[in-house]
Design a protein around this ligand. Structure first.
Ligand code: HEM
Length: 128
């Protein structure tokens, strides 16, 4: 099925569309540092980000030609979701490399960098 045309409001962040793969490193007080492999796909889903772990974020911030910087203005959690209070994300595209960072705060844990990753395009956007 053909994808609908991109909404003009999403043009500034269209550079994310497609599938990316690479590696990252993370940290959290309960686990200590860890490394992970990752494949990430961006499709047109609107502006609200919902996670299967029971967290929904609304984030606002700034967008430039190759970077996105956002901080949560609202975080809603289900009864069983972890008590996350704040999330900040930064994405930066340099050539074919997409770098990102995620900072997170939880009840009783101040804002801490949870993840940092470096991904490369795994599939061109037009072949998804
Ligand atoms: C590549 C993606 C991610 C990896 C590999 C990862 C990995 C981890 C690890 C290893 C822990 C420590 C768990 C423990 O001590 O038992 C953790 C904790 C946590 N992560 Fe992530 N994480 C990822 C993405 C995210 C995202 C996107 C969110 C939220 C939007 C998130 C929310 C949390 C929360 C809330 C905790 C603390 C859980 C608690 O103490 O109740 N993580 N994560």
């Amino acid at each position: 099925m053909d994808e609908p045309a991109l909404h003009p409001d999403l043009e500034p962040i269209a550079f994310l569309l497609g599938t990316w793969a690479g590696e990252g490193e993370g940290d959290w007080p309960s686990s200590g540092p860890f490394r992970y492999g990752e494949e990430m796909s961006f499709e047109q889903v609107g502006v609200v980000l919902a996670h299967p772990l029971g967290i929904v974020e609304v984030a606002e911030g700034s967008v430039s030609a190759n970077a996105i910087d956002v901080a949560s203005t609202a975080v809603a959690i289900t009864g069983t979701g972890s008590p996350v209070t704040e999330l900040r994300r930064r994405f930066e595209l340099e050539g074919n490399v997409l770098r990102y960072e995620l900072e997170m705060a939880m009840r009783e844990v101040p804002l801490t960098r949870h993840l940092k990753g470096e991904l490369k395009r795994a599939m061109p956007a037009e072949e998804r």
